[in-house]
Design a protein around this ligand. Structure first.
Ligand code: R5P
Length: 313
């Protein structure tokens, strides 16, 4: 059996250690520091082989973590690694995957290009905000899902859950989890009014089946999806890919409380948690908040080490 060398960047060291444990592979020590002027230093200290895996999220501080990732890729290739997999559990800048206004940088594309140019042979990320980010790469790229790990967690905290997508973009996640743990799900409609302001409304989910209305038939193909009124007396569990300012979750909690949910817990893949997001979500009435360890945070209690290990194999 070939033993892989796993290198954890500063943003993902514990996760890298857990992935190495899952795979029975070696963890390669690195040294990183900042010079007094703020510039970064990196030294790979382990014995280098032909194959290696870097694990480094590029969340806050995004630019520093990205520079470290580029240093790692380039250095490992210079030192003779021939097959380099790059795992970026949280892909920073992934939300700007198109030009929303004239003249904007397509940041996700620029980042993809420089990671590939630095020498990555394969990229693995977790629940990219838009799957289309994969198209910016010309090398094999996987977008793996944390929903299995999150479903296991939900199963462990709730006996009677209903899974809630706080916007239509998260409905696929809610449906995936509802299928895994065999429960219902529903979603809300959200409009973003600004970087930290969203408006959320109840979605019109019609539950009566009608052969005469194709849209209605289509809506009811998935029997897991139910009307928001079904949350009454249930343990509502919100799922989203990202919690940033917390505005999306705070609005969703308000609606779920109005609809009579017995409790509201919150799960996400990437807990970015800007400023006082955790406080705002608890103040809105959340029973608990859980995120994966794609990013280090005070709520990162769901490990995706096994999901990543399976994707690396
Ligand atoms: C948006 O489409 C994402 O899925 C999240 O809902 C969003 O990034 C959350 O942002 P915030 O926590 O700032 O409302």
């Amino acid at each position: 059996m070939v033993i892989l060398l796993i290198i954890g960047g500063s943003a993902s060291q514990k996760l890298a250690a857990n992935v190495a444990k899952e795979l029975g592979d070696c963890l390669c020590p690195i040294e990183t520091k900042k010079f007094p002027d703020g510039e970064r230093y990196l030294r790979v200290k382990g014995k280098i082989d032909k194959e290696a895996v870097i694990i480094q999220s590029t969340g806050y501080p995004q630019d520093e973590n990205l520079i470290e990732l580029l240093f790692l890729i380039k250095t490992l290739k210079d030192l003779g690694v021939e097959r380099l997999k790059v795992v970026i559990p949280y892909f920073g800048y992934g939300r700007q995957e198109k030009r929303f206004k004239n003249g904007e940088s397509i940041s996700a594309q620029i980042i993809a290009n420089i990671i590939e140019d630095a020498g990555a042979d394969e990229v693995i990320s977790v629940n990219l905000h838009e799957d289309s980010v994969r198209d910016f790469f010309n090398i094999p790229t996987k977008n793996i899902s944390a929903m299995g790990a999150i479903a296991d967690y939900i199963d462990s905290i709730s006996t009677d859950p209903i899974i809630i997508a706080p916007d239509k973009g998260a409905l696929g996640f809610a449906e995936d989890i509802a299928k895994i743990i065999d429960c219902s799900c529903t979603y809300m409609n959200k409009v973003r009014l600004g970087p930290d302001k969203v408006e959320t409304k109840i979605a019109d989910i019609r539950c009566d089946f009608s052969e005469d209305d194709p849209e209605l038939v289509n809506l009811n193909k998935n029997e897991k999806k139910v009307d928001i009124r079904s949350v009454k007396g249930k343990e509502a569990i919100i799922i989203d890919d990202i919690i940033a300012t917390g505005g999306t979750i705070v609005n969703a909690i308000g609606i779920l409380k109005e609809q009579g949910a017995e409790s509201v817990s919150v799960c996400c893949v990437h807990p970015i948690l800007v400023n006082d997001a955790v406080l705002k979500i608890y103040a809105a009435g959340a029973k608990s908040i859980a995120g994966t360890d794609s990013l280090k945070s005070e709520v990162s209690c769901i490990s995706i080490a096994k999901v990543i290990a399976d994707a690396i194999k």
